[in-house]
Design a protein around this ligand. Structure first.
Ligand code: PMV
Length: 325
């Protein structure tokens, strides 16, 4: 009745931006990510018949409120699938995701929670089934089941049964690196959940975003297959810019990009002009992630650290999928 799982965060190269079903967490487009070695969550789940409700500790602190509610709502789903309605759990999570790095710890968090709780309650799931359940905790988390590159297939069905991630290439296929550039920026005002919804509901650019995605997706998959870094980087950077462009058309308009974000974006493009292949991508926040190849690591790190407003640079290789400890 007890299991421990470890899951890494991932960074999307083709972004998930927009839901077609808010409660089941069903997206309006496929997305594709690389799982990152440097950032992970370890979670132990112990179901216990003596418990009257779930308990949740995160980094040693007992959690209540919205974070606790998201965990118990997710465990209800696992209990439902297992047919064990009133069996509560003690959940103990440790996050190795520096929150300042601007990685959604919800991706590694829900992937680890899903894996540990499913195993602890006695479910034996395929990766696809695990990814589908994980999706309902946090959308981007469903890609963290796999190492290397993973694609979340949006699916078509209203019940979400065909919406889950699949592996695209394992971690040893290609050593591509990601630098998380931490900025001296103000906290974001619009959550990814709210930002997506506002964009879907009001941005006239949203339809073209959805329409343009399949081309990016096919191109990047071919690029990954042939280890074509320029192609993968160019598509990832352009896809990120298109996602951020949709928010400017929303009502009221908003952006996650701050002045230091733009400075880093320009510095990355300047590196390219100087012959160093490096590309940026940015999620629903101000921090920038930079894709590069191992042979350019020293130059990329030095350049990024030298940019005014950059407070830290954390380097990562691509990482493994879920493991059990
Ligand atoms: O799963 P969420 O709600 O954390 O949304 C993540 C959305 C982006 O990070 C902006 C893009 C992505 O695909 O991860």
């Amino acid at each position: 009745m007890r299991a421990t799982a470890k899951a890494h965060t991932n960074i999307a190269l083709i972004k998930y931006w927009g839901k077609r079903d808010e409660s089941l967490i069903l997206p309006t487009n496929n997305s594709l990510s690389v799982t990152l070695d440097g950032f992970y969550t370890e979670t132990t789940v112990a179901f216990n018949e003596a418990l009257k409700q779930d308990q949740f500790t995160l980094d040693g602190q007992s959690i209540s409120g919205v974070q606790y509610d998201r965990v118990t709502t997710f465990l209800d789903l696992v209990r439902d699938v297992a047919g064990k309605k009133n069996l509560y759990a003690a959940v103990d999570s440790v996050n190795k995701v520096p929150t300042a790095a601007g990685f959604a710890s919800s991706a590694s968090g829900f992937a680890a929670l899903a894996a540990a709780s499913a195993r602890a309650i006695g479910l034996s799931l395929t990766d696809q089934e695990l990814s589908r359940i994980t999706r309902q905790g946090s959308g981007s988390a469903c890609r963290s089941i796999y190492g290397g590159f993973a694609e979340w297939e949006m699916g078509k069905r209203a019940d979400g049964s065909d919406s889950y991630a699949v592996p695209i290439a394992p971690v040893d296929h290609w050593d591509i690196r990601v630098a998380a550039v931490v900025l001296n920026a103000t906290k974001k005002k619009v959550s990814s959940r709210e930002g997506m919804k506002r964009t879907v509901d009001t941005s006239p650019f949203f339809a073209s975003w959805v329409e343009s995605n399949p081309v990016d997706l096919n191109g990047i998959k071919a690029g990954i297959k042939h280890r074509d870094f320029e192609k993968v980087g160019e598509i990832a950077e352009a896809n990120c810019l298109k996602m951020h462009a949709t928010t400017l058309g929303a009502n009221p308009p908003f952006t996650y990009l701050q002045d230091t974000t733009l400075t880093v974006m320009q510095a990355v493009q300047a590196m390219r002009a100087n012959g160093i292949p490096a590309f940026f991508t940015i999620d629903a926040g101000p921090n920038v992630k930079v894709l590069y190849l191992p042979e350019n690591e020293r130059t990329v790190e030095k350049t990024l650290r030298g940019i005014p407003g950059v407070t830290d640079v954390i380097l990562s290789k691509s990482g493994q999928g879920v493991t059990y400890l």
